[in-house]
Design a protein around this ligand. Sequence first.
Ligand code: SF4
Ligand code: SF4
Length: 187
Amino acid sequence: MTCRVVRASDQKSDATETFDERAHELLKKYLHLEQLIEEFFQLVNYCYPKCVKKQRGKTKAGCCARNYYIFHPVYLHSPAVRLFQLMRTAKYGIPTNTEATLSDGYQACNYHEPTGCILNDYKSPLCISFFCDKGIKWLQKKHKITFDAGNIQKLMYDILMDKITDKEYSELELRLQANLTKIKEAQ
Ligand code: SF4
Ligand code: SF4
């Protein structure tokens, strides 16, 4: 995961901005695939028991040790990204959580609480697609699922940046559905 210093003000968007149909369409497409990934990770259930759970009264941040929900400014010229941010803030508010330093010595993301991330949707492409090497190896070994986090992350950004082709979108959707089916069958 790329590290960078972020400020809470980075996520502010202009609430008076109006968005065209395309921005809404891209956001809808993003949220659809995001749900497939979210459901997949909920069923995989790797992070909380293996990484985030409380240890000696303190939570671990896992990989959520920075505000990765904030988009790098290079993405903000996309109307779909600005709409994404507005919708997230409308649904979840500007996060105020400032968990004390965690047992692994990091300050958790503002959306991170003792049970993990509070966002059920509107996770950034970086957040929704990230899975650490240890988790990826475990997934491959236990479920024979190849999770290409870098490629998924790129394509999720591409959706919001209006750079993904219909073919790429369909292929990604099929891949995510196949992963989901496989993990459901393993339950
Ligand atoms: S992806 Fe890896 S480092 Fe991040 S919370 Fe899950 S187990 Fe921990
Ligand atoms: S928004 Fe959620 S997934 Fe992303 S860094 Fe924060 S707690 Fe982690």
